[in-house]
Design a protein around this ligand. Structure first.
Ligand code: 13P
Length: 288
């Protein structure tokens, strides 16, 4: 019943052949819904704060919120910093108790990406904190980071091997056909590419970003081929929190009580989380 590292959950997922679901959160109700869903399904779970979310909530509060929610729901939770481009913020998150961080220098040249990532590993590993980094570019809009369609670049397997060897990261985010945000057309995942990267890097868990709207069978196939963490953000942000809050505040039964809306948000987020846990095969795999 505490915060655990991503590395710990990834090792268990590798043994069990499932993926650990990773959900972005932007508010307290959002986080509680994630914990509730994970507790109902007895699943490991990764709660992901973004740079934008931390600007609103504060990194110290985020850590305390996650510790408290994990204790209240009797679960282990990974607290992960998602897509961080600011190394000073990343260090503060490590110092304050995040158990996992993602450095995102994927828009930079290979050598600079290696340099930023290696520096992050050097810092985070002193505290036993897990490091994820991205090679290639996943397209779309994530938090305040935008990668337009023309800049999407799939991960080259040989380059991925070189990148992991040079940096010593724990998990690799791969660009294999998903994008952040809602899809304009059905996504087309490059499954042979996932297999090839996994074959070259059997000990480095692969992370799939842009999970919102990906057909469930594609998730299952990606997991078979070595994906061990799947990120979901937009689905919870828009359908789970925003649409539900809007409808809740318009509901005459809400009167002037924000708790009415909080309960609706928690229930909706939790139901989305529970469904996705079923798809990722992580049900009943909780480590406590
Ligand atoms: P979606 O918003 O498309 O679900 O992607 C989330 C994500 O990859 C966070 O890193």
């Amino acid at each position: 019943m505490s915060l655990v590292t991503m590395k710990y959950e990834m090792a268990r997922a590798e043994k069990g052949g499932y993926a650990v679901p990773a959900f972005n959160f932007f508010s307290f109700d959002n986080l509680v819904g994630i914990a509730k869903g994970a507790a109902e399904k007895k699943s490991p779970v990764i709660a992901m704060a973004t740079m934008g979310g931390i600007k609103v909530m504060g990194e110290k509060a985020v850590v305390k919120m996650c510790e408290g929610v994990a204790a209240d729901y009797g679960i282990n939770m990974v607290l992960h910093l998602d897509h961080c481009t600011d190394i000073e913020l990343l260090k503060r998150c490590v110092d304050n108790g995040f158990t996992s961080v993602m450095i995102d220098s994927s828009k930079k040249e290979f050598a600079e990406n290696v340099e930023d990532t290696a520096k992050t590993v050097e810092y985070a590993s002193r505290y036993g904190v897990t490091v994820e980094s991205e090679l290639g570019h996943v397209g779309g809009k994530e938090d305040d980071i935008v990668v337009d369609d023309m800049s999407v670049l799939f991960t080259e397997p040989e380059k991925a091997l070189e990148f992991v060897n040079l940096t010593g990261i724990d998990c690799l985010a791969v660009a294999v056909g998903t994008v952040h945000g809602f899809y304009k057309a059905k996504p087309k995942l490059d499954f042979p590419r996932i297999s090839k990267i996994h074959e070259l890097l059997p000990k480095c868990p692969l992370v799939l970003h842009g999970g919102t709207g990906v057909p469930y069978d594609d998730f299952r196939e990606a997991i078979k081929r070595g994906v061990r963490k799947i990120n979901i953000g937009t689905e919870l942000k828009v359908h789970g929190v925003f649409d539900t809050s809007k409808a809740g505040y318009m509901d005459p039964n809400a009167k002037d009580d924000p708790r009415y809306v909080s309960k609706l948000v928690i229930a909706k987020v939790s139901s989305i989380v529970e469904e996705l846990i079923g798809v990722m095969g992580s049900e009943n795999k909780a480590s406590c």
